[in-house]
Design a protein around this ligand. Sequence first.
Ligand SMILES: *Cc1c(COP(=O)(O)O)cnc(C)c1O
Length: 397
Amino acid sequence: MDSITLMALSEQYVANTYARYPVLLVRGKGTRVWDLEGEEYLDFVSGLAVCNLGHCHPKVVKAVQDQAEKLIHVSNFYYIEPQIQLASLLCKHSFADKVFFCNSGAEANEGAMKLARKYAKEKMGKDRHEIITMERSFHGRTLATLTATGQEKFHKGYEPLMPGFKYVPFNDIGAVKNAIDSKTCAVMLEPIQGEGGVNCPSEGYLKALREICDKKGLLLIFDEVQVGMGRTGKLFAYEHDEVEPDMLTLAKSLAGGVPIGALLIKRGIADSFKPGDHASTFGGNPLATAAGVAALTTILEEGMLENCQKMGDYFISQLEEIKKKFPFVKEVRGKGLILGMELKIDGSSIVKEMLKKKILINCTMGNVLRFLPPLIVTKEEIDRVIKTLEEVFQELK
Ligand SMILES: *Cc1c(COP(=O)(O)O)cnc(C)c1O
């Protein structure tokens, strides 16, 4: 079947929850993907920060193949070898002492919020259940995580929302202080907001949050679903500010493209989860965790963090150059290889023009171009994107 026929079938049979570009991708390798007709695209979306190692990294492919032949699934009634390996690795390379595995970012955040409530009720008093989150945040699409998400457009039509959330502006310490009361149990945020427009924490903000949480006995939860696993040039974004959370959630790129989610937890808090308190059928299954072990070791062993820092610095400097030339560019921001370019004009038409020129980029919040190339991206590939973006901008001038 050709792609036109298949796209029509998609419209007929697949739920209408995505505004898709008219492209059907069938193959990927590194920074490139190909459509059904064999056309090649340079991918600066990476499945929205999922394919940090590039598409079909040979070590991830091999791990999936080997594991699929051995054992795809068993219940968490039993011990699972790659799950143990991945949990140990994550703890070795982070602040955490224990890991709960699940299948998505939303599910990881659900776990964090459930554990925060349970811990707080046990350790701080039975009224403690409220979680403070940020405006422009994004935490997922389940009822609880979309309630945690501080953007009204995601709430509309799904009321009544979950009780127990309060929103404050990002980068406003005073607002957090004012929002804390006798019901507060945790503060949850993305150390860099992804969907909300690539918003970075101001100097000292995360440290100040840590201090407030320590002073008031509250939990600090970082959602690193998008920025974790090397995206910012460090394995975890919190490392840049030297501020450790009490819990941290991961998903997107944790298993090199295979669906997975994880909740990383400090010991004293993890102890509030007892057998039977929380579970997930597929959480930590052999296939996903084997891919996760391969992905994590490959990121560390193949110098991807160093490349991300170097290419990120280069990319942002080139975006700054473009900003100087076009007055409708408002701001360039981000860290490592999660970069945003805020425009004074709508960004969606630019994404479409880039697609015509065989480059995949994304736009969020209507006017923030978001660049999320694989961490293996080269200078030449960045140059091509910069040059093409300039051409597209030139046509607008
Ligand atoms: C994508 C994302 C989520 C949701 O992850 P899903 O796997 O789609 O449930 C949560 N938090 C952040 C920061 C994200 O970027």
